[in-house]
Design a protein around this ligand. Structure first.
Ligand code: PBG
Length: 334
């Protein structure tokens, strides 16, 4: 910017607009709204269960009946969508993640009862095998490698059973190459042309997922201890653009960046390069850090909103956050 455009002190004083609350509101560039929020939820088997997750204070695993109770508030608050994650009994996990394609599995039963009770609430479901495999990987392990093409065979079936159950948005989080195309094809072949795909396009091999893996009990069995052969190297950013470009070509309606706050640069790059609906996932480890500091009185709870606004500044169209419900309550009371 030329000096001319900037103006000059003392005729220009940037503090002038900051002096009163009304003028601060008039010039605020970004706003957080309930429409921006997606609430991730953990579902488990049983009745009347609300289970604590140690590394995520304030977040719970709910049985289906208790999810329905929670969703009454969610719908009242006008949160547009939720994202569902199942905790599968260890007795049902196997090498191939067979439960993932069972049309009566926990996630399909959950979708059906949510859709019956709250038909207008958007339901997002992960497509990946990690909740279902006894080795904790997102795909099939063949000769010690997570095999891309063999995994696609299962992922497309997993997407289809979820769409049949009534899922609105299929969210592949497995990071196999070519999965968006395969999922789009099978959905279209089965007359689910309007089922949306939200691709976890830029998903990093991050340590910030630790608490989530506890929540779905996939951490203790993660063979090899990491997902480096399929999730992205945390050092890379241009590679994220290639991931997004491919997913758009393959039919993704929306893309996601994950984790959130440490990857705001990626959100901004994607949004300015592609202008596609772009979502951020403020993941479990980010939640744990913020929540832990607030619970210890090290930080004021206003940091939650500040963290969510950072996603809006970066260009995100929406945010998956475990804080969705409490922030929606706050926004509705403003
Ligand atoms: C599964 C999946 C993960 C998350 C969402 N879907 C974990 C992983 O890839 O290991 C993480 C979410 C969070 O940490 O809140 N593929």
């Amino acid at each position: 910017m030329s000096d001319n455009k900037l103006g000059q002190f003392p005729s220009t004083r940037l503090r002038r607009l900051r002096m009163k609350e009304f003028s601060r509101r008039m010039v605020s560039e970004n706003n957080l709204s309930v429409n921006d929020l997606i609430w991730p939820l953990f579902v488990c088997e049983g009745n009347n269960i609300t289970d604590k997750i140690n590394s995520m204070p304030g977040v719970f695993r709910y049985s289906i009946d208790n999810i329905l109770k929670e969703l009454e508030t969610v719908v009242k608050l006008k949160i547009p969508a939720i994202a569902l994650f199942p905790q599968i009994d260890s007795s049902l996990k196997d090498e191939k993640g067979s439960q993932a394609i069972d049309e009566n599995n926990l996630i399909c039963r959950t979708i059906k009862s949510i859709k019956k009770n709250f038909p207008d609430l958007g339901v997002i479901c992960d497509v990946a095998l990690d909740p279902y495999t006894n080795h904790g990987h997102d795909g099939l392990v063949i000769n010690d490698v997570v095999d891309n093409d063999a995994t696609l065979e299962i992922l497309e079936k997993q997407a289809l059973v979820q769409a049949i159950a009534g899922c609105d948005i299929i969210a592949p989080s497995d990071m196999m190459d070519g999965r968006v195309m395969r999922i789009r094809n099978i959905l279209d072949e089965n007359k689910f042309q309007n089922t949306l795909i939200l691709s976890y396009a830029a998903k990093y091999a991050s340590k910030f997922y630790g608490p989530f893996r506890d929540a779905i009990s996939s951490s203790s069995n993660l063979k090899g201890g990491n997902k480096f052969t399929y999730q992205m190297d945390v050092a890379n950013s241009y590679e994220a653009l290639r991931e997004v470009a491919l997913d758009i070509q393959e039919g993704a309606d929306m893309v996601m960046v994950k984790p959130g706050m440490p990857y705001l640069d990626i959100i901004q790059k994607i949004k300015s390069e592609f202008n596609i609906p772009t979502f951020a996932y403020q993941v479990s480890g980010e939640y744990a850090m913020i929540k832990g500091a607030i619970d210890n009185n090290w930080l004021d709870s206003k940091v939650i909103k500040e963290s969510l606004l950072s996603f809006k500044r970066a260009g995100a169209d929406g945010i998956l956050t475990y804080f969705a419900k409490e922030i929606a309550e706050e926004l509705n009371n403003e």
